[in-house]
Design a protein. Structure first.
Length: 163
């Protein structure tokens, strides 16, 4: 089996992490979550400290991803990938390592996101950042949903999941 880079794309509460865990298990891939790395580094969900670190951390995680791919391993990047530029960058990095690159887009309606985020934030032991409704609404406006043209740039996949 060739190395594959699975990129999760969607807003908080879309189901990215759930799908990322499933893909990692099904494909023997390493799952990398920038949120979890930041929470571990900062010893808690301190988003006010994490947000400025994200632009420094994610390129490092992408460099590790490229190395793993070049060694024949597969990686699930559990990033939000809200913007086309980030998705283009990740896709190009995967291609440098001669890997397949799959984009998994999860884009449920805002009401579903609200319900899932509220349930996640209320649950014990979550490894995610708390999110206010105002933030979720603002981020929904910032999310660049991939177009059919963009999707054609990624490797096709048949997913038994709930995309």
């Amino acid at each position: 089996m060739s190395a594959t880079l699975f990129l999760m794309c969607g807003l908080p509460g879309a189901g990215k992490t759930t799908l990322a865990h499933q893909l990692a298990a099904d494909h023997g891939a390493l799952r990398i979550s920038s949120d979890e790395w930041l929470i571990d580094l900062l010893e808690g969900p301190h988003r006010e400290r994490a947000d400025p670190m994200r632009p420094q951390l994610e390129p490092l995680l992408l460099a590790v991803t490229v190395r793993i791919l070049s060694l024949g391993g597969s990686v699930v990047l559990d990033f939000g990938a809200w913007h086309r530029t980030q998705r283009d960058q990740v896709r190009a990095a995967g291609r440098v390592a001669s890997a397949r690159v799959e984009l998994h887009v999860l884009n449920p309606p805002l009401e579903v996101l609200r319900e899932r985020v509220a349930a996640r934030d209320a649950g014990p032991g979550t490894r995610s950042f708390p999110i206010t409704d105002e933030e979720l609404v603002r981020w929904a406006d910032l999310f660049e949903v991939p177009t059919e043209q963009e999707l054609s740039l990624f490797d096709p996949h048949v997913s038994p999941y709930w995309e």
